[in-house]
Design a binder for this molecule. Structure first.
Ligand code: GDP
Ligand code: CA
Length: 334
C-alpha cells in the first residue's frame, strides 16, 4: 500500500509522525510506503545559506531530533553561531537558527552549490534522519526555487516582504493584502511528486495551513490535476479545533484570501478533489454540509501527543478505507 501526504511544517510533521507511529504496528512486509510532499514556499536564503523550514521540521520531527516544545528546530540546541553573527552586525536577527540547525543549512547549501537538485539534497538529509528505515520518502514539492511573499501596506505604501519576515518578525500582525508566490507558475513538480499522487492508494492532507502550506503545494503546476485524477481517496484533517487554528495564524491567512475560518470553508478550498474530511466535535461545521461535501467524520483533532496524532491518522485511514471500498478502489489495511 502507498500513502501520500502533503505537508507543511509543524502541523504536517506531527500528523505524519502520528501516522508512522500507527503504521509501526503493521506486520513486517506489509508496511505501507509513505511519501511526504513538503512545502518549499517558506524557503529563504539567510546568511548565504538556503533554509527550508518546512522540510527541516519534517526531517527533525520524523527523525526524532526536533525540539518538541517548540515544534521546530533541534532539541538540545546551542546558539553560538547566531550570537557571533549578531556581534558582527549581520542581519536579519529575527529568524532563530541554532548551531546544529546551521549545519543542515550549510550542508544543503554546499550540495545545492554543487548543482544537486533540492530533491536529491533532501534525500541525502533524509538518510541522516533514518526516514528510509521508517518507509518514508520525503520529496520537496518542487526543485524550482519558490518563495511566498506577502504584500503588506505600511505607512500607506504597498510592498512585498518574504513570508518569513511577515510570519516570524511581524507575527502576521502587518495587514496583508495578498500572497504572491515568486517562481510558482514556472515551477515543475519534483521528480516523483505527481507519480506519488497518481499511484497512491490513499492521499492524506494533514492539518497543515490551508493557505501558505497546502495551498502553495496545490499551486505547483500539475499537482491539483493529479489530485483530481487520482483513483485514491483523498482524506483531509481540519487544522481548526474549536473554530480556531491550534497554532500559528491560519485565520489571518484565510482572511487574506477572503475565506472564513471554518472547517467547512477550508474544505471548500479542496472541494474539487476532497473525498473525506475529519473535523473536531467542537467544530461549528453544519451537518447540512454532509449531503453535498466530502464524507465527514467528527473526532477530537488535538495532536496533544504522538499517540493522539496516531489515533487521528488511524481515523483518516479508516475513512479512506470506507471511501475506497465504496468506490471499488484498492483495499486499505494499516
Ligand atoms: P507550519 O508550516 O509550521 O506553520 O505548519 P503546518 O502548515 O504544517 O501546520 C500549521 C497548522 O497546523 C495550523 O493551522 C494549526 O492549526 C494546525 N495544527 C497544529 N497543531 C494541531 C493539532 O494538534 N490539531 C490540528 N487539528 N491542527 C493542528
Ligand atoms: Ca511553514
Amino acid at each position: 500500500m502507498r500513502i501520500t501526504a502533503l505537508a507543511g511544517g509543524v502541523g504536517g510533521a506531527r500528523f505524519v509522525r502520528g501516522l508512522l507511529h500507527h503504521l509501526s504496528g503493521t506486520r513486517p512486509g506489509e508496511r505501507p510506503e509513505v511519501t511526504v510532499i513538503g512545502n518549499t514556499g517558506d524557503d529563504i536564503t539567510l546568511f548565504g545559506l538556503r533554509v527550508c523550514p518546512d522540510l527541516d521540521t519534517l526531517l527533525y520531527t520524523l527523525g526524532g531530533g526536533v525540539h518538541d516544545g517548540q515544534g521546530w528546530g533541534r532539541a538540545d540546541e546551542s546558539h553560538l553561531v547566531i550570537a557571533e553573527l549578531a556581534a558582527l552586525g549581520a542581519t536579519p536577527m529575527w529568524f532563530s537558527l541554532g548551531d546544529k540547525d546551521f549545519a543542515t543549512h550549510i550542508y544543503r547549501s554546499q550540495l545545492l552549490g554543487h548543482g544537486m537538485p533540492l530533491s536529491a539534497v533532501t534525500a541525502r538529509l533524509a538518510g541522516r534522519w533514518g526516514l528510509g528505515e521508517q518507509g518514508v520518502t520525503l520529496l520537496p514539492m518542487t526543485d524550482t526555487p519558490v518563495e511566498t511573499h506577502v504584500v503588506v501596506t505600511e505607512d500607506g505604501q504597498q510592498r512585498a516582504i518574504h513570508f518569513q519576515e511577515w510570519w516570524v518578525r511581524h507575527q502576521a500582525a502587518l495587514e496583508a493584502e495578498r500572497f504572491v508566490v515568486a517562481g510558482l507558475d514556472a515551477a515543475t513538480p519534483a521528480p516523483g511528486v505527481l507519480e506519488a499522487i497518481r499511484s497512491a492508494d490513499v492521499v492524506l492532507l494533514p492539518p497543515s495551513n490551508p493557505v501558505v502550506s497546502i495551498g502553495i503545494i496545490l499551486g505547483v503546476p500539475g499537482v491539483r490535476d493529479a489530485l483530481r485524477g487520482t483513483r485514491a481517496p483523498v482524506v483531509g484533517v481540519s487544522p481548526l479545533v474549536g473554530g480556531r487554528p491550534v497554532r500559528g495564524h491560519a485565520d489571518v491567512c484565510l482572511r487574506t484570501i477572503g475565506v472564513d475560518t471554518t472547517s467547512e470553508a477550508v474544505a471548500g478550498l479542496y472541494a474539487d478533489f476532497l473525498d473525506g474530511w475529519l473535523v473536531d466535535p467542537e467544530d461549528p461545521m453544519p451537518e447540512t454540509a454532509r449531503s453535498s461535501g466530502p464524507a465527514l467524520v467528527r473526532r477530537p483533532l488535538l495532536m496533544s501527543s504522538v499517540e493522539a496524532a496516531a489515533e487521528i491518522a488511524a481515523s483518516a485511514l479508516e475513512l479512506a478505507q470506507r471511501l475506497g471500498t465504496a468506490s471499488g478502489g484498492g483495499e486499505v489495511r494499516p
